[in-house]
Design a protein around this ligand. Structure first.
Ligand code: ZN
Length: 322
């Protein structure tokens, strides 16, 4: 998903994650390959084969990941980050000038549905709770993330700069949405819209609060899912700038509200609600318009995933309480 890291050795990390964090406690665990993978992974792995030679691999921790890399790529490698991505990521490789035939999608085991945890909640650092409200379901959003990675296995997603990665990320989101919307047994327009709402809310929040530049794609994804066929009114660089500016505003406001060193989740939500109530509806400055779109979408996204939290903070505010 998110490209904070890219290494070219004889192979490369293609895509990467929200933010790097430990994915395990370092103890060796059994390897979940096709033989002993959880049922959900086995089924997904089969589905991914429709998109090419793709291997889905669940790993417990960095030690296990390194073992898997050595098994598959045959030697030690440098350039592997100390902290692996916390969300699914794709690794492809080169043998001389040729790309390796198999594309590998790696998934940290602690974000698989088998743990009982919700991947979107985890990737949002549990800021809005460990049990979120969805238009679809936690299970479908997990599938969507894995299908997103499968798109990165196509060679046109190999390599590039931040702006290329940004475009690839948007494409992968749309691809995964389209696949799940068109292949689902109950792919009604309502279901497609429901999945779109979950995806947009997720991308807006992660773009605004967590992701690196190449993954600041929330406005693009929103625009393309809500008004397909309409040309974007902003460039990728303008979108990235807007998310950076919005993040600065939100963090700055949350810090002024916070009673401790680090804001609580309620203080963060309050900062966003406050900023959203202050946006200038009359501004026409293009950059300010985009920042306003981000703040408003961010407020909507939190209300989508955490309606009770959002409502309770909003109510306190309207009552004038701290
Ligand atoms: Zn991606």
């Amino acid at each position: 998903m998110i490209a904070l890291y890219r290494a070219t050795i004889t192979w490369m990390f293609l895509v990467t994650m929200l933010a790097f964090a430990g994915v395990g406690d370092g103890r060796a665990q059994s390897v979940h390959t096709s033989a002993d993978a959880p049922a959900s992974t086995t089924k997904l792995a089969e589905e991914l084969r429709q998109f090419g030679d793709i291997e889905l691999i669940v790993f417990k921790n960095r030690a296990e990941f390194l073992d898997l890399v050595e098994q598959r790529f045959g030697s030690k490698h440098t350039g592997i980050p100390d902290k692996l991505p916390r969300s699914p990521f794709t690794v492809t490789g080169r043998d001389g000038d040729a790309h390796l035939g198999t594309c590998r999608v790696f998934v940290p085991s602690n974000i698989t549905p088998d743990t009982g945890d919700e991947v979107f909640a985890r990737l949002m650092h549990n800021w809005f709770g460990t049990r979120l409200s969805y238009a679809t379901s936690a299970a479908l959003t997990y599938r969507w993330l894995i299908f997103h990675e499968a798109r990165h296995c196509q060679p046109d997603h190999f390599g590039g700069d931040v702006l290329k990665d940004h475009r690839d990320e948007v494409e992968a989101d749309l691809f995964a949405h389209e696949q799940l919307a068109s292949t689902s047994a109950s792919a009604s327009a309502t279901d497609q819209n429901a999945l779109a709402r979950d995806i947009i809310a997720f991308r807006i929040i992660t773009s605004a609060l967590i992701a690196g530049r190449s993954h600041m794609i929330g406005l693009s994804v929103q625009q393309k899912l809500q008004t397909p066929g309409t040309p974007p009114t902003f460039t990728a660089q303008q979108e990235i700038n807007a998310f950076l500016a919005a993040r600065k505003l939100v963090i700055g406001r949350a810090k002024t509200i916070a009673t401790a060193v680090n804001p609580t989740n309620r203080e963060l939500v309050r900062a966003i609600i406050e900023l959203n109530s202050e946006v200038d509806p009359a501004t026409t400055d293009p950059q300010a318009v985009l920042v306003r779109m981000v703040i408003t979408a961010l407020d909507d996204a939190i209300a989508h995933f955490a309606p009770a939290l959002h409502q309770s903070v909003a109510t306190l505010q309207s009552n004038g309480s701290p």
